[in-house]
Design a protein around this ligand. Structure first.
Ligand code: ADP
Ligand code: GLC
Length: 488
């Protein structure tokens, strides 16, 4: 039987992306389809969507609490799964990224915007006569799609509900008054429902009402059940632990392929990793105004500037780090304080610290390909994708031992070098000392060119493809469908 899966999320690459969520929603569906499933991807119709998709066809028109939402089905040339675009101009036709205004502040009505999107998704999931799609599983991602799961249950549909937590820190918590604006049934307002410390939590809604909750790495699945990483929800997650699992993300191995990457200056494979990376390093140094020299260790950073990512720790470590033969190529945006600190550091160290503020997909590829090492000092990291991209490009990741970083990078020790599994460098403490320690270890390791190349090649040979992961999701979906409709 063909499984019909409806994905729901606020981002999908290449249509709209601010982080890894978009990469996952843009690539997992293709892997599911390659194994026989049929998938639709539901996203809000943000500004200019029409010019970026092909053949939009209207599927549904809904009237929800004073808003009209039109659902269009359309194709994106780079996506196998058709998109369902949820169009409501007053909610989604706005400039910039999906969440922030021109000042970088969250839109005040985000709770309403994504709450209504979520209800519309649940209705569309059940509207098989008009959409022609008989949803077996609604797979919702992060708080922006969280309310689709209680709405699905409320409608008493047959579809199973899966909720994936990509980041527990973004909870979609809003004043209780939003419940009226969203027309939520009164009985949802309880401690075993959507109420969270007197507020409406759209993340909690997903966790409570899904048939199964996943998160994006096994280590993070365990971490979020602890007080340290549970952000107020550890007890709830622990209570749901028999319906909670961690499935490590994969990556799009076509988009991130050093042999075919059109964004980078020179393409290469594992046999030509040293020469290939050196040529890219020279090109990037020229492009970013760094001193052209292979001797310094070039550290790449591509990230959102957010507390999670620990870039402030790097800022604090810079005065000590600058005594070492290092260069930095940093691409990021977000927290203005972190950006200003890095800007000042780069002005004081021209030729050694290059900062590019903004979001630039092609430059991200060039940094991943050109840097010697890729630094991720994240305080916590549900999965993290860039450490996988770097391994694929022979760029040694230096990571804090947490979440998906711990699960996808094997620390270099005598033993892992000997058994050929070493693929990067871990440090144990998310503090300045940890960052210094990680980078100093990389400097040492690079002195031993055979060991260095072995670590690079191990990373490049790793299988981060989605295929085996899609198999795991499909067996989860099947189990849930059988539980929900034992007769079928
Ligand atoms: P998160 O989703 O928490 O931001 P991930 O490592 O899962 O972290 O995914 C980040 C994704 O966003 C990667 O594809 C990365 O290359 C990309 N990215 C982050 N910041 C930028 C930026 N400033 N410019 C281009 N790409 C970026
Ligand atoms: C979130 C997490 C990141 C993860 C991504 C995709 O943005 O912060 O760790 O890789 O989602 O699952």
């Amino acid at each position: 039987m063909t499984l019909r899966i409806l994905f729901a999320a606020s981002e999908v690459f290449p249509l709209i992306k601010t982080g890894g969520l978009a990469d996952v929603v843009g690539s997992l569906p293709s892997a599911l389809m390659a194994q026989g499933a049929d998938v639709r991807i539901a996203v809000p119709a943000y500004r200019d969507w029409r010019s970026r998709v092909e053949t939009p066809q209207q599927r549904l028109q809904l009237s929800l609490h004073g808003h009209t939402v039109t659902v269009w089905e359309a194709k994106h040339p780079q996506l196998d799964a058709p998109l369902w675009l949820f169009d409501c101009a007053e909610l989604f036709d706005r400039p910039g990224d999906p969440y922030h205004d021109a000042q970088g502040l969250p839109w005040l009505d985000n709770g309403l915007r994504f709450g209504l999107f979520s209800e519309a998704v649940a209705i569309a999931a059940e509207a098989r006569e008009t959409t022609g799609f008989d949803t077996d599983v609604l797979h919702a991602h992060d708080w922006q799609a969280g309310l689709s799961l209680p709405w699905l249950r409320e409608r008493d549909g047959l579809a199973a509900g899966v909720f994936t937590i990509h980041n527990l820190a973004y909870q979609g918590n809003y004043p209780a008054s939003l419940c009226q604006a969203l027309g939520l049934p009164a009985q949802w307002w309880q401690i075993d429902g959507v109420e969270f410390h007197g507020e409406l939590s759209q993340l909690k809604a997903g966790i409570v009402y899904a048939d199964h909750v996943t998160t994006v790495s096994p280590t993070y699945a365990a971490e979020i059940q602890t007080a340290q990483h549970g952000i107020g929800m550890a007890g709830l997650l622990h209570a749901r632990s028999t319906h909670l699992s961690g499935i490590l993300n994969g990556i799009d191995t076509e988009v991130w392929n050093p042999q075919r990457d059109k964004s980078i200056a020179y393409r290469y494979d594992a046999r030509r990793v040293t020469a290939g990376k050196r040529a890219n390093k020279t090109a990037l140094q020229q492009q970013l105004g760094l001193t052209v020299d292979d001797a310094p260790l070039l550290i790449g950073v591509v990230t959102r500037f957010a507390h999670q990512k620990g870039i402030d720790l790097l800022c604090d470590a810079l005065p000590t780090l600058m005594r070492h033969p290092l260069q930095f190529a940093i691409l990021g945006n977000g927290d203005p304080f972190i950006a200003a600190t890095l800007r000042a550091a780069s002005e004081q160290a021209p030729g050694r610290i290059a900062l590019h503020e903004g979001f630039d997909e092609a430059l991200a590829h060039r940094i991943v390909a050109s840097a010697d090492v890729f630094l991720m000092p994240s305080r916590y990291e549900p999965c993290g994708l860039t450490q996988m991209y770097s391994q694929r490009y022979g760029t040694v990741p230096i990571v804090h031992h947490t979440g998906g970083l711990a699960d996808s990078v094997t620390d270099t020790t005598e033993q892992t070098l000997a058994d050929g599994s070493a693929s990067g460098i871990h440090f144990l403490n998310a503090d300045v000392g940890g960052v210094l320690y990680g980078i100093e270890r990389a400097l040492q390791l690079r002195e031993d060119s055979r060991a260095w190349k072995a670590v690079q090649r191990t990373g490049m040979a790793r299988d981060f493809s989605w295929a085996p992961i899609a198999t795991a999701y499909l067996s989860l979906y099947r189990k849930l469908i059988n539980q929900r409709r034992p007769a079928l």
